[in-house]
Write a protein that binds this ligand. Structure first.
Ligand code: NAD
Length: 247
């Protein structure tokens, strides 16, 4: 997956799958913009990425905040003349709450980070991708967005909305040479999943035909493929690396 000469902006790249993508994309020759609301973890990943020889910057921004996203995008374009790849990956785990007890604030935050975050960052780069007549947008959905999950109506709704966003935008910008795809992972071994606790994770693993969690790198390889020239005829698709948990 040759990404030489490309620049990738990856949100939530301070941890988990975003971090794995930043490292793999850099290994494949891309320059990297690490965006995260947690600057210290973004800076740690920056050191690792720059150790691979890539040009990299780390920028603090909360993707749900349009002003912070504007500042972040300006800083990215200040460093790099173009952004070829945007990965809308930043996300927060579901706090497992019954719908009847879900507060407005819990609902609102989940929609804000995932859906408004995807909107804000994509709006930030899309004009320049159109002007350069090429681009790759990759949005992180979830199997929960495909099949729904109990105690996670807010998370499932946000991740399902990202699929609608992906397909609609893919249709709208395809003739500008831009592809828009979604990745809908199953259970992947990242800090987000670790926070659920080993009992919950063990019971989740029992439901997966492969009987294991996915590794962040397994998702990063899919993202690198979608970001590469090899995926030039793939758009509006939802690809779900999930060990067979949803098919
Ligand atoms: N781990 C899984 O099993 C799994 C499964 C399906 C989908 N996902 C999705 O994949 C994406 C990555 O998850 P992960 O498992 O790597 O999680 P993670 O917790 O390891 O990493 C998420 C990163 O996003 C950052 N972040 C959170 N809110 C942010 C915000 N408002 N603005 C900017 N950065 C923010 C965090 O600081 C963190 O660095 C998320 O969108 C998540 O919903 C995860």
């Amino acid at each position: 997956m040759n990404l030489k000469g490309k620049s990738a902006l990856i949100t939530g790249a301070g941890s988990g799958m975003g971090r794995a993508m930043a490292l793999l994309f850099a290994q494949q020759g891309a320059d990297i913009v690490i965006c995260d609301k947690d600057l210290s973890s973004a800076e740690m990943v920056k050191v690792q990425v720059s150790g691979l020889g890539a040009r990299v910057i780390a920028i603090e921004a909360d993707v749900s905040n349009p002003e912070q996203v504007n500042v972040m995008v300006k800083a990215a374009f200040h460093e790099f003349p173009k952004i070829d790849i945007l990965v809308n990956n930043a996300g927060i785990g579901s706090d497992l709450v019954p719908f009847r007890r879900m507060t407005f604030e819990q609902w609102d935050r989940m929609i804000a980070v995932h859906l408004y975050g995807t909107f804000n960052c994509t709006r930030g780069v899309i004009e320049k991708m159109i002007a350069q007549k090429q681009g790759r947008v990759i949005n992180m959905s979830s199997v929960n967005g495909l099949m729904g999950e109990t105690l996670a109506v807010h998370y499932s709704a946000a991740k399902a909305a990202i699929i609608g966003f992906t397909k609609a935008l893919a249709k709208e910008v395809a003739h500008h040479g831009i592809t828009v795809n979604a990745i809908a992972p199953g259970v992947i071994g990242t800090p987000m999943i670790d926070r659920l606790g080993s009992q919950v994770v063990d019971s989740l693993i029992k439901t997966i035909p492969m009987r294991r969690k996915g590794e962040p790198e397994e998702v990063a390889h899919l993202a690198a493929f979608l970001a590469s020239d090899h995926a030039s005829y793939i758009t509006g698709q939802v690809i779900s690396p999930n060990g067979g948990s949803y098919m």
